[in-house]
Ligand binder design. Structure first.
Ligand code: HEC
Ligand code: HEC
Ligand code: HEC
Ligand code: HEC
Length: 145
């Protein structure tokens, strides 16, 4: 019995030595090398301050409306490549039928006082930005100018 037990323990230690990554436990109960690997990934978000430095006209409109707290890249997606070289990389046009309902579709799990609509009844299939200016959405009409 003792021999079988010993073989089991040795097999466990052997397999553990083979399977557990070397840097496991370096800082805690995870693989220490993961930190370096994640830090080395390319950055895809520029951050709203960077966008605002060039797009001051958008910032002027946005800072007066209800979307002032929504960062540029929450809607436009990661745009670090565009911010680095605006002439070479243009952000894709957004489809408001997909974008706006992501945050505003009526949903009982959302706080009651958060503005939400049943898109089908509310807009009758029309694009949201025919009536709402996306950067300052309470300004009805004016389109996406
Ligand atoms: C270095 C200056 C600069 C920075 C930084 C910058 N942009 Fe731009 N952006 C431009 C220029 C220049 C254009 C092209 C304008 C044009 O053709 O009228 C443009 C175009 C755009 C367009 C498309 C406009 C259209 O007509 O379709 C969007 C959307 C946009 N930028 C969003 C962003 C966002 C979001 C950020 C931050 C991540 C950002 N930009 C950062 C300079 C910049
Ligand atoms: C709530 C979502 C949302 C946010 C937040 C947002 N945008 Fe937009 N933006 C849009 C939509 C929708 C359009 C119109 C469709 C398109 O051009 O893709 C647009 C259009 C643009 C355009 C094209 C020119 C224009 O005014 O129509 C630029 C440039 C732009 N956005 C930059 C920015 C910058 C810079 C920020 C942050 C300061 C920002 N956006 C924040 C949704 C948003
Ligand atoms: C990333 C989430 C997000 C997206 C995407 C988004 N919004 Fe908003 N929207 C907000 C937040 C946050 C507020 C402010 C809510 C508050 O302060 O109570 C807001 C406010 C509004 C309001 C103001 C309601 C009022 O009571 O005056 C309207 C209208 C609106 N959004 C329409 C739109 C439209 C149209 C689009 C698409 C172009 C859009 N939103 C995309 C988050 C979003
Ligand atoms: C035909 C014009 C029109 C279209 C298209 C439209 N809206 Fe509206 N929307 C309005 C008007 C008018 C109001 C009420 C005025 C206001 O609150 O600014 C409103 C209000 C809202 C509100 C605030 C509701 C509240 O309880 O405070 C939200 C959120 C909203 N719209 C989102 C959207 C979204 C998302 C779309 C696209 C699916 C859209 N709208 C399309 C005209 C329109």
């Amino acid at each position: 019995m003792a021999a079988v037990f010993l073989v089991g323990v040795l097999a466990f230690l052997g397999l553990r030595g083979l399977l557990v990554p070397r840097s496991f436990g370096q800082y805690g109960h995870y693989r220490g090398d993961a930190i370096k690997e994640i830090a080395a990934l390319p950055v895809s978000y520029a951050g709203h301050q960077v966008c605002e430095g060039c797009h001051t006209e958008v910032l002027d409109v946005k800072s007066k409306g209800m979307h002032k707290g929504v960062a540029c890249e929450s809607c436009h997606g990661p745009q670090a490549k565009h911010a680095d070289d605006p002439a070479a990389v243009q952000p894709a046009k957004l489809d408001t039928a997909v974008l706006c309902v992501r945050c505003h579709a009526a949903n009982s799990s959302r706080p009651k006082n958060f503005p939400q609509v049943g898109a089908a009844e509310h807009s009758g299939g029309e694009a949201c930005n025919t009536c709402h200016q996306p950067h300052s959405p309470a300004m009805v009409a004016g389109g996406s100018q």
